[in-house]
Design a protein around this ligand. Sequence first.
Ligand code: ADP
Length: 555
Amino acid sequence: MPGSTDQTLRPFLWRAARMFPDVEIVSRTHDGIERYDYAAYENRTAQLANALRDAGIERGDRIGTVCWNHHRHFETYFGVPSMGAQLHTINPLLPDEHVGYIVENAADRVLFVDPSLAEKLAGAVSEDPDAFESVEQYVVMGDEDSIPDVPLDPMVDYESFVGDESTAYDWPQLAGEQPAGMCYTSGTTGRPKGVEYTQEMLWSHTMATITPQGLGIDADDVVMPAVPMFHVNAWGMPFTSTAAGAKHVYPGPSPTPADIAGLIEDEEVTLTAGVPTVWIGLLEYMEDNEVDLSSLERIVIGGSAAPESMIRRFDDLGVEVMHAWGMTEMSPIGSVSHLKPGMEEWNAERRYEKRAKQGLMVPGIEFQVIDEGSEEIEWNGEDFGELWVRGPWITTEYYERPEANEEDFEEGWLKTGDVVTVDPEGYIKLVDRAKDVIKSGGEWISSVELENELMAHDDVAEATVIGVPHERWQERPVAFVVPDERADRNALAEELPEMIEAEYPKWWRPDDVVFIDEVPKTATGKFDKKVLREEYSDEEFADGQVPEGAAPGSE
Ligand code: ADP
């Protein structure tokens, strides 16, 4: 027998607005700090739903957002899906032609846009007006004064759009399979691919990640997603925090490390989340500025590997890092690296080694790891293969991309493209993305591992490693390093390869160390190796001369 209602988002807000009506939602906006509570928030979502209905929006229509993290954007998170429409969050940092492609592919009928992003959006529209043919209304996230001088037509400000609407809305009972959200993978590997999230996918992701073996969010938390709300729904945290009745803090347009630090202090944030680059920025800022992190208990770090050195740094500051792994296709959270009972007693070395792994799948997800011979690997922490996953919040297809479906899904499993090991305790460790693995003399070299090791050096701010073509060994690793301002580059160029050689097989030693000012980043803040590969495609690198006897495979 089915339950009396389907699994949908709306009851999470129903509960928060009644049981935690005074709990605050705070955001840093173009106009300064704004705050209200769940009771007011619920009213605003009803006003938004009424405004959208007046604009002709019906069940199944798509509504796009081109916005940073703030309360108005959060209003679309419940307002849009709970009326039966579909919230399509768009990454504004993508190239214009990708934004156009995405809007056209999703056929968004309304686009909400931040004042600071309106010019960028207008640029994308003027480049390819046909791609935006489906858009009937642009809504600028602010009041009358926020209307920018850009050609987006027709354009209205958000406060005028929702202002006169009723705070009551007859929310429909929706089916679990009703599409509720949509997000495109950032396209580091070709054209962006659309992933649709149904009501029940978002519901089950929320229920799993709220648990202690997920992110463990509770009513006494103050949650600040630093991860943008256009990056897989800020990892679902706006939904999870609401389900918990927690206080929300949104850091607004392009937050700097100073903004992040200030909000943690002022709003007494207990839990925050973001990609490693955000935390590299905060830690650097803290070198020259006094920051009080005493309220902060946990940071979720994911999207790219959290270096062990970063986990240690935050531990010293009294902040527990929860290293999480996931994908757009997974709503997004798959695994979190929590220690099991008893492991707290282990020595520091072993504990950190475990915590730096991508961790244990959260309850509800199954996985298998398939090697090159199509066999399941042994869980011995050494054998590796491609990680396949399945579960209630993992998609089974891309939107209108049959050729990609053929490649990425098999018998109900999502083939993640991530190469992992699994240890006897069930912790996965990401060795590399399949396309980033360096294959030298027939042996694998993990670029992720090398990067983590390099970034542990005090004089290294950022580091990434790519495989460059090599006549004899097919590929060799070259390190691209952003040195600390104070670093002695000559010394570093010698020290880093030696450091790697001391820890790893000799052929893992990078052939060359190239100093750069900044590692190029993708639209979600990850290291963009594709750009480096292109930029340095004609470069002659030093040949590290892998010594005879230390050749790949001989150790
Ligand atoms: P994109 O493919 O556009 O970067 P996603 O944000 O969906 O979009 O990226 C998912 C990928 O990010 C994963 O397949 C994995 O390679 C990488 N990733 C996510 N979390 C981690 C992590 N904790 N450690 C290492 N890699 C990670």
